[in-house]
Design a protein around this ligand. Structure first.
Ligand code: NAD
Length: 353
């Protein structure tokens, strides 16, 4: 199979961590007999330096022409003084919007080897955690009409039924690939958009009879995530609730350097990136943890190329590397083997048989 992947390394630690993910992709592709067609593209501060804007047209065009995008991170103090219209972060919004990505997947995985980094009591997360937050990305209150008048200010939350239906279908499909359990989160006791959300999820459910669905109010969901996180597998929710809950779920796992993400649309195209930023404080020092980016590459194989066993192979290699005791500084603890970015990438490659 030919895999056409656009690489957007970006700024700060971006190039270092993307390079390690590419090594891992090369290893699994060679093993599975797949051909990688990689194209490196400019975005963020790197693009401002070279082209004067954060998202050059050719980057968006080349990204559109590929099957998937792997992104590092953008931004850094060097570009703090540029006008807000061309800030590096505009590249992210431009890519997400320009590529029509409406579905954000944020897995919150706690590896049993890193259980000590979890702020929750050990018995609550015994055996590790594996939650997938499916967040609607292009509707809701962040995109509604807003304004100010003499008396105050307002923001508007609105959803079309079609917007709810397409994200619900994605979430049901993802639940089918996992444990067939979906928790839809809303505030249907108060919000009209939430009542439509709940009714639409119930309608879509008829097409996925093997998936068990629970509905939770968002305040309860926030509480349950720290009270008993193991009750969740796939959480489906709208844009703002998803923004908050996915951050809450990710903190449960303890380390920002471990968490991948995906932004998808209805076809198989997707953009994959770690949830952390460009970490300018450790850029170019071989200190960054590349595992979130390597795990993003695994998500890419699973969701854009349907290469499930190759994706599993990368995830198992990451687990094996952790079990062998390899740790970058952000996840290091007493008795573990401290390593740099490149050595961590090498260890994951070595763990792929
Ligand atoms: P950050 O995620 O870059 O860093 C926060 C802290 O976590 C820092 O101490 C950093 O060293 C550490 N960290 C982050 N990723 C790490 C990794 N892989 N390995 C080890 N340690 C890691 O957040 P920030 O400091 O708020 O932002 C820095 C820059 O990144 C800003 O310009 C911001 O706008 C940008 N940013 C970009 C994205 C993105 O591209 N998606 C997301 C968030 C922030």
């Amino acid at each position: 199979m030919e895999l056409r992947i656009a690489l957007v390394p970006g700024d700060g630690i971006g190039p270092d961590i993307v390079a390690q993910a590419v090594r891992v992709l090369e290893k699994v592709a060679a093993k599975g007999g797949h051909t990688l067609r990689l194209k490196s593209l400019l975005a963020g501060g790197a693009a401002i330096d070279e082209k004067g804007i954060p998202l050059p047209d050719e980057t968006l065009e080349e990204a559109r022409a590929s099957d998937a995008v792997l992104l590092g991170a953008v931004g850094g103090p060097k570009w703090d003084a540029v006008p807000s219209s061309i800030r590096p972060e505009k590249a992210l919004l431009g890519l997400r919007g320009g590529l029509g990505l409406f579905c954000n997947l944020r897995p919150a995985m706690l590896y049993s080897q890193l259980a000590g980094a979890c702020p929750l009591r050990r018995e609550l997360v015994e055996g590790g955690l594996d939650i997938m937050v499916v967040r609607e990305l292009t509707g809701g209150i962040y995109f509604g009409k807003r304004g100010r008048n003499d008396e105050g200010a307002f923001d508007t939350m609105s959803y079309k039924k079609t917007e709810i239906e397409r994200i619900a279908r994605k979430a049901f499909e993802i639940a089918q690939r996992r444990s067939c359990h979906l928790t839809s989160v809303d505030k249907a006791n108060i919000l009209e958009t939430s009542r439509l959300w709940r009714a639409t999820v119930e309608e879509v459910k008829a097409d996925y009879p093997d998936v068990r669905v629970d509905h939770l109010y968002v305040d309860n969901a926030a509480m349950q995530l720290v009270r008993n996180p193991k009750q969740f597998d796939v959480i489906l929710t709208e844009n703002m609730f998803g923004d908050i809950l996915s951050d809450e779920a990710s903190m449960v796992t303890g380390s920002i350097g471990m968490l991948p993400s995906a932004s998808l649309r209805s076809d198989s195209f997707g953009m994959y990136e770690p949830i952390h930023g460009s970490a300018p404080d450790i850029a170019g020092q071989d200190k960054a943890n590349p595992l979130a980016t390597i795990l993003s590459a695994a998500m890419m194989l699973r969701y854009s190329f349907n290469l499930t066993s190759e994706a599993d192979e990368i995830e198992q290699a990451v687990e094996k590397t952790l079990a062998e005791g390899w740790r970058t500084a952000d996840i290091w603890s007493e008795g573990m083997k401290l390593c740099g970015t490149a050595a961590m990438g090498q260890a994951v490659c070595d763990a792929i048989k």
